[in-house]
Design a protein around this ligand. Structure first.
Ligand SMILES: Nc1nc2c(ncn2[C@@H]2O[C@H](COP(=O)(O)OP(=O)(O)OP(=O)(O)O)[C@@H](O)[C@H]2O)c(=O)[nH]1
Ligand SMILES: [Mg+2]
Length: 241
């Protein structure tokens, strides 16, 4: 159990969900026990993003049985970034933990992020490259190293988790950022905007495992284009600041 930081009275846990029925069935036994072990209050924001499987009804059932759950529904799929932005809009906590619905970053590791959070920090990023990648393909690992290397060069600092979702944010900082991304590039956009504003980011090593149920939603070509666009935005900021 993490210690209770005095500046953290309420945590908003945001899980964007799109066609993840096999994994949502695990929330009762794998997510709720972790949240109830925290020494501060917790709200769980579940975002259903136009799922076409049983995701929406499973989330509605969780929301009906757990008062700490708020279900936000997008009738049409809007993307991971749009879903996170909906979560941030509804969040009432001092900090927000963003978590993958496939639980490939297991929520029990939230303690590592919370313990690295202090009043000077705006975001704690869970880094599988600093921790461990279990069962992740060589292609994904190589891509991750390459993308992070470029972000590191552009930011002029060591970065190993520019695009992963498992993070803890100070909500007062998130509210200042004017986020726009609809897709997976939201994670890089948040990092960019925090660093551009002079914010402080910390990385901690975490374990990333292979998904147990369902299919990956990532479209590599689209994400590579999104990263290239983000590289250009960061470069133009670095050249003009
Ligand atoms: N709300 C919403 N969530 C999404 C969308 N696409 C992906 N997600 C969620 O974002 C997280 C990451 O998506 P994944 O499909 O697991 O992508 P990945 O982690 O790169 O790939 P694998 O874990 O290897 O399958 C999961 O929690 C998904 O449910 C989307 O369009 N909308
Ligand atoms: Mg995943």
């Amino acid at each position: 159990m993490p210690d209770q930081p005095s500046f953290l009275q309420q945590l908003s846990v945001i899980i964007p969900c799109c066609n993840e029925e096999g994994n949502i069935k695990r929330f009762e036994s794998e997510v709720f026990p972790v949240l109830s072990s925290f020494p501060f209050s917790c709200e769980l924001l579940l975002i259903d993003d136009g799922s076409t499987d049983a995701t929406a009804s499973l989330l509605a059932d969780l929301a009906a049985r757990h008062p700490s759950v708020t279900l936000v529904r997008h009738l049409m799929n809007q993307g991971l970034g749009a879903s996170l932005r909906s979560g941030f809009e509804h969040a009432k906590g001092d900090a927000a933990l963003t978590l993958d619905a496939d639980l490939t970053f297991h929520p029990r590791q939230a303690e590592l992020l919370i313990n690295a959070f202090d009043p000077s920090v705006d975001a704690v990023l869970g880094s599988p490259l600093k921790g461990k990648m279990e069962g992740v393909s060589a292609f994904r690992t190589l891509l991750s190293h390459g993308v992070n290397l470029i972000y590191g060069l552009l930011f002029g600092k060591s970065i190993t988790s520019a695009s992963s979702l498992f993070r803890l944010y100070r909500m007062s900082k998130i509210k200042q950022l004017d986020l726009k991304s609809d897709s997976f590039d939201i994670n890089a956009e948040i990092l960019f905007k925090i660093l551009r504003s002079g914010g402080l980011v910390r990385e901690v090593g975490v374990v990333l495992t292979e998904r147990q149920y369902g299919q990956s939603k990532i479209r590599f070509f689209r994400e590579i284009v999104n990263h290239l666009r983000m590289f250009m935005r960061i470069l133009s900021w670095r050249l003009t600041s």
